[in-house]
Structures are given as C-alpha cells and as structure tokens.
Design a protein around this ligand. Structure first.
Ligand code: SF4
Length: 477
C-alpha cells in the first residue's frame, strides 16, 4: 500500500489538546459554528412542517438502503442510456486506479476538481500527482488547504480553521507577492487563478450529492459555481460517489434539496444546484464529451449489514459538527480521519477499524445536539454507544482469549513440574526464596503480572520454610 493510501491512525487526545490551546483556531471555530447553527435554526423555522419533511427524507433513505442493489443497477442502466459510463470500485485503491486509467485513456494531464469528500476519502490527489498529473481544487476553501498542504477540517467549510489573515498569507506565498487580507482582493485573486485552470483543464472531477436512479442524473450542490465550471469546461467529467448517495426517483430530489441547504448553512437553497444527465448531447453547446460515474463501496456494503446501517443515510450537511460541543472546541483535524465531528466518529471506525480508532466513539457528551440538528434525524448518540459496546466486547473477548492461553500454559507447566520430583523440589526452593523477598510475616500484599488479580482482593502466603515432605523425612522412624 502506498503511503498516501494509508489511513492516519491519529493521536486523538494529543490533537484535541493542541486544538484547545490554539487561540486562532478557537476563534475561527466559535465564529463559524455559531453562524452556521443560528442559520440552521433560522432555515428550519421558515420551513413549514419541517419535522415531517425530515421524517419523509429518512423514509426515502431507509427504503433506498433496503433496496440498494436494485437502485444501483437502475442507476447504472439509466446513466448508460444517456451515454455515460459506470465503473464500480470496491475500495479506495480500485477507485484511484480507475481515475488514473481514465486519465490515460483520455490523454488528460490537467485536472480540476470540485469539492468532494469522497475523493478525500480515497486520497485521490496524491495518487494523481504521483502519476504526474496537475490537480487543482477549485472550491476556494479546498484551494487554500491544497496550497497549505492540509486536510479539510469541516464537511462543508473545509478551511474553517483558517482566518482571513492566514488565507492572505497562503495566497501571497503562492502568487509570490504580498496581498492584503481583504476578502474581496483574496476572492478576486482566487477567481483569477482558478479561471485559468478551468480554461485549460482536460478532466473535471466532482463528487455527487445525489444520483437519481430513475434518470441517471447526478446533482451537485455548491455555493461558488465551481462545480458547474468543473463539469462543463473539461473534455472529460468523472464523478465519484459513495453507493449510498443514490435516490430512487426524480420527485425525491426536492425533499433533500429543501433540507440540505437549510441544515448546512441556513440557506433556503444552496446558490448553485447543478443537475447533470450524461455527457454533451448533439446540439448542446457545452458539457463534457465523456461522462464517467465511479460508484465507490469502500466498506459501505459491509456497514449495510450491521446495526450501523443508519449512518449511510448521511447527506454530509455538516450540521451535526456545528451543533456538537466537542467539535466546536477541537475542530476537524483532531479527529484524524477525513470525516470529523459526530458523524466522523462513527464513519471513521466503521470504514477503517473500530480497534484502531479507540477514542472516536468517546468524543461525544451524548447530549443529542447532533441528532436534533440532523436533517435526516440520524440517531448518532445511539450508534456511538453501539460502537462503545463493540469496543467493550472486543476487549472482553481479548481478555478471555488471553486468560485461556495463560491458563493452558500454566497447566502445561505444572504438569511438567509435578511429573519430575527433582524439578518440583527445585521450583519450590526458588519460589520460597523469590517470594520471601518483600513478604511481611509470611504474606505478600501484592504480586506482579497475573498474580496481581489475586493480591488485589487477598494476601498471598509465602511457601513455608520447610515443606511437609521435608518435615516428614525429618521425623524419627
Ligand atoms: S449525520 Fe446528519 S447532520 Fe451530520 S452530516 Fe450527516 S446528515 Fe448532516
């Protein structure tokens, strides 16, 4: 496995402690999460019967996941019918190889990307760069963190950990002269740099917020319009999506559109809703010549068969992050994985390993704010408790396996000693000497190793100075 593909098993406690002492980060987090939480509340307050709509969205997700195979096959057929190609990737490596292969086949050297957590999940950029391709993130926040060599720290606001000043520094370094930390100037600079990239790109890579099985349509939700340029300008468009993003029908889409913008930022609708059905058709003036959809599993079908299936209903709005008192203090990088906050504390252990991410299920006060904020009412606290139970059972099982092994070894050793009287006498003499050290009036208060369980509740007697046998032999005949 190449380095960039390795999941970062992270020192969560160390990362959290560092974040708590990072003053600019604390200010940035407080500012953004407060704005987004109040936006979320305002957004839902203006939506009549929002609770019923959220229940409806949940039912659509539940139904889709229960018939996932059927809807994915329908999606594949629909995409092919409109001239697109569908590729299936079992894991991150397969997905990376597919993109590289498509780049080779289409002679693509320059790639522009719109924000996609799925491409972050598969660590796509380093793989493309290692193959000699130029890759440019075109969401402004993603562009900044790409230049800074960082990972996103929020699902919808990837550069939340940056301030206006730090963005100014990153961009100044890139352009080679000092820019003022004026948002207008910085945005204008970013726009100028990125427009150039769009104009010369061969391939555009996007994620997909939703894919409609009925029509083969993929839907991108953005606020900057970069999604449109990424998918319309280059010759080739590759969309990478997790298999759980499919929705059955066209009429299901508005349900999610009404919820996603409100949950994420409080907007009635995000600024750009880009709806794409296949490549450019005859008579159309723009759009790619080729459209490829990569359907990524990467652990999702495994999760589908577990009590954690509900986590696959997530529409990646980030509302649970903003509401979480833990995320609000430590930010996204402390979590170590691509997905952070309450939902990340579930997804990272599930997609990676529960044993290797021991702290994440505990990174929650279980206050329920995440579930209350979630537009599809995912019972996040319940799943966090479920993961804690899994950890407990894993530890218990290990403990039992360990003690069984130890027990077998102890019986084997006693058998060897008891079968040889000379060895038994020798062992007794050694035990008497060793255990005599530190004994008080013939009793030991504490023993190391496995003996500690004994002395935790009672003292241990040191063998008598002379054994029964020895005394027996000393008796007159
Ligand atoms: S779990 Fe819910 S609130 Fe959190 S990102 Fe997913 S959909 Fe949004």
């Amino acid at each position: 496995m190449t380095d960039y593909a390795r999941h970062e098993h992270h020192d969560f406690l160390g990362g959290a402690a560092r974040a708590l002492h990072d003053v600019p980060l604390q200010q940035a987090l407080a500012r953004l999460t407060t704005v987004l939480v109040s936006g979320n509340r305002r957004g839902f307050a203006t939506l009549p019967e929002s609770s019923q709509l959220r229940d409806h969205a949940k039912r659509i997700k539940e139904h889709t996941l229960a018939h996932l195979d059927q809807y994915l096959e329908e999606l594949e057929a629909s995409v092919q019918q409109v001239g697109g190609q569908v590729h299936w990737a079992a894991d991150a490596e397969e997905a990376r190889q597919l993109v590289l292969q498509l780049a080779r086949q289409t002679n693509s050297r320059r790639v522009v990307k719109s924000k996609s957590m799925t491409s972050e999940e598969i660590h796509l950029n380093p793989a493309l760069e290692a193959a000699g391709l130029e890759v440019v993130e075109t969401d402004f926040g993603e562009f900044i963190i790409q230049l800074a060599g960082e990972r996103p720290s929020h699902l919808v606001a990837p550069a939340v950990h940056h301030t206006r000043e730090s963005i100014g520094q990153v961009l100044s370094k890139h352009v080679g002269h000092q820019l003022p930390d004026d948002p207008q100037v910085l945005a204008k600079t970013g726009r100028r740099l990125l427009r150039e990239k769009f104009a010369h790109a061969d391939m555009g890579i996007s994620g997909a917020n939703f894919a409609v099985a009925e029509t083969g349509t993929i839907v991108l939700i953005t606020n900057e319009g970069n999604g449109r340029l990424t998918t319309a300008c280059p010759r080739v468009h590759v969309a990478i999506m997790g298999i759980e993003k499919v929705i059955p029908r066209w009429r299901d889409l508005p349900v999610f559109l009404k919820l996603l913008g409100r949950a994420a930022t409080g907007q009635t609708l995000s600024v750009y809703t880009t709806i794409l059905t296949g490549p450019r058709q005859p008579g159309e003036h723009d759009g790619p010549e080729e459209f490829h959809l990569i359907l990524l599993d990467n652990g999702r079908s495994r999760v589908l068969a577990t009590p954690f299936r509900e986590s696959l209903q997530c529409i990646r709005c980030g509302a649970c992050l903003n509401a979480c008192p833990v995320y609000r203090r430590i930010g996204g990088h402390a979590y170590g994985g691509v997905y952070s906050g309450p939902i990340g504390s579930i997804l990272t252990p599930l997609y990676d390993s529960v044993a290797d991410n021991p702290h994440l299920p505990h990174a929650s006060s279980l206050c329920g704010a995440c579930q209350a904020a979630c537009p599809v009412k995912i019972n996040i606290p319940h799943m966090l408790i479920g993961l804690r139970e899994l950890q407990h059972h894993g530890r218990e099982q290990k403990r039992q396996q360990g003690s069984q092994r130890l027990e077998r070894w102890a019986y084997w050793l006693s058998c060897q000693v008891l079968a040889r009287p000379w060895l038994y006498r020798l062992a007794l003499r050694i035990a008497r000497r060793v255990l005599g050290i530190g004994a008080v009036e013939g009793w030991l208060r504490s023993l190391p190793g496995p003996g500690a369980s004994w002395t935790a509740v009672r003292d241990f007697p040191v063998p008598a100075p002379r054994s029964f046998r020895e005394r027996w032999h000393e008796l007159p005949p």
